[in-house]
Ligand binder design. Structure first.
Ligand code: B1M
Length: 210
């Protein structure tokens, strides 16, 4: 039986060495990478979020957990295949201005890459004008906007408005996501699609380009 609780516990206690050891031993036991990610790491990060909210964990500790998770995700990355591939689609993915969260956005980028798309991960705290520049430079067909903060959700609308103003709206499909984002919000701001997690983001991207 996989021990996802031990993975969650090591993540919550910011114990990177233990966490890496646990992830590697689950892989050696042939536990699926997607299960380690979803039931171990993402579930553990939810506990971290609750503790952060209650004041039981502070920013430096949360950062250490996030960094440890990032290293584990890098190990899992080659094993997170997503079925049939869709080549040739240039994707820009970034976290909108004012927001520095990047783990979920990076996971979405990885899933799109494993679906065969060319992904340009342009980072965090990206302003509308930088998205516009990158769409032009990379000749993008899909733009993915991520945010985890309710305070930066309006920045998604501002980014879409800037893409419209730059005359690029017909060139790109725009996907939005991140914990506070909903389908209703995506509709309200004029996005082409919303996905609640990395797996569905990859499926949505395939639908949008076909
Ligand atoms: Co922050 N933080 N944080 N944080 N942080 C949250 C988001 C929060 C919910 C914690 C809490 O209070 N419970 C809260 C937001 C509250 C709100 O706005 N409603 C919060 C806050 C308040 C803050 C600060 C303001 C704290 C402060 O300074 N007082 C600050 C903001 C800094 C800033 O951005 N300007 C801050 C800082 C940080 C750290 C730097 C310490 C660190 C980030 C490190 C990093 O990313 N490199 C951090 C972390 C780690 C979290 C939590 C604990 C975990 C986030 C995470 O990585 N989850 C988070 C609480 C939580 O989410 N439970 C929290 C795992 C990740 C796999 O999930 O990112 O949701 P997620 O991504 C999912 C889906 O959302 C979706 O797919 C992903 C994979 O399945 N998805 C998309 C994401 N993007 C998508 C795009 C798509 C489609 C799907 O299409 C385009």
């Amino acid at each position: 039986m996989p021990d996802f609780n031990a993975i969650q516990d090591a993540l919550v206690h910011c114990d990177k060495d233990k966490l890496l050891g646990l992830v590697n031993s689950e892989l050696a036991r042939e536990t699926l990478a997607a299960d380690i990610l979803n039931q171990g790491l993402i579930a553990g990060m939810d506990i971290v979020g609750g503790k952060m909210e209650n004041g039981d964990m502070f920013i430096p500790e949360v950062l250490m957990s996030a960094q440890a998770m990032g290293e584990c995700v890098a190990i899992l990355k080659p094993l997170l295949g997503e079925g049939e591939s869709v080549g040739g689609s240039n994707v820009i993915i970034g976290t909108v201005k004012g927001d520095l969260h990047d783990i979920g956005k990076n996971l979405v980028g990885m899933m799109l890459e494993s679906a065969g798309m060319t992904v340009h991960n342009i980072g965090v705290d990206i302003g509308p004008e930088d998205f516009v520049t990158q769409i032009k430079e990379k000749d993008a067909r899909i733009v993915c906007l991520s945010t985890l903060l309710t305070t930066t959700m309006p920045m998604m609308k501002q980014t879409i408005d800037a893409i419209v103003e730059a005359g690029l709206r017909d060139q790109v499909k725009i996907m939005v996501g991140g914990a506070p984002v909903t389908q209703a919000f995506a509709d309200e701001i004029g996005a082409d699609g919303f996905a609640p997690d990395a797996g569905s983001a990859s499926r949505l991207a395939k639908t949008l380009v076909n």
